[in-house]
Design a protein. Sequence first.
Length: 259
Amino acid sequence: MHHRPAVEIKGLYYAYPDGTAALRGVDLTIEEGESVGIVGPNGAGKSTLLLHLNGILTGHGEVRIFGLPVEKRNLREIRRRVGLVFQDPDDQLFSPTVFDDVAFGPINMGLGKAEVAAAVSRALEEVGIAGMEKRSAYHLSYGQKKRAAIATVLSMNPDLLVLDEPSSNLDPRARNEFSALLQGMRITKILVTHDLPFVFENCDRVVIMSRGKIAADGDSFSILSDEALLSTHGLELPYGFYPVSRHTVPRPSEREVEE
């Protein structure tokens, strides 16, 4: 069986109905197992690109997910394989209970009662909110809502997880817990975010989008340590944050401390 990349995008153009061009020729390949951060200023086309990954939007060009062209006849299968998690969990949680929200996908896939229940408890376990089936999302903390929103797509056993602004509105502790949760997931991940330290913690590769095109693409360390490149595209690292290469040799002072 020929190996298929998780995502293959060739020459993708998209203009909104009012004529605004949002994507102007995007080429991007993401291999299975990669975790990729997509960053860039507002209006760069990041969210528009995301919505092409499961066929919510369709532009001109080629988009394939695990070898399947994103077109009407494949949408059901593609939407099972691509778990899209929106920025605001309230866009994803609308049922009376957490169970109903997380069961929605598996029920639509036609799973039987016992299988649905198993899928729900597995997904909640995976995101660290096991046992909250009967709760109403309304009564969850924001961090728990973010987890429940991920569970609604994990219950369908996706092959690709796509997260829009995953760290937004989380307090520092919830943000760290959420980051650890994502790092523990062995699944292809795409994160679209303004939060560069979060990208550095969670992604091996970073793609900078600017004005509907890909402006840079490389490993996290080289992209995020290039301050000139970042500032060209309106991105800046928070004060005091500097990415440390995962392969750097500790400085002598650090060595002594360890011994």
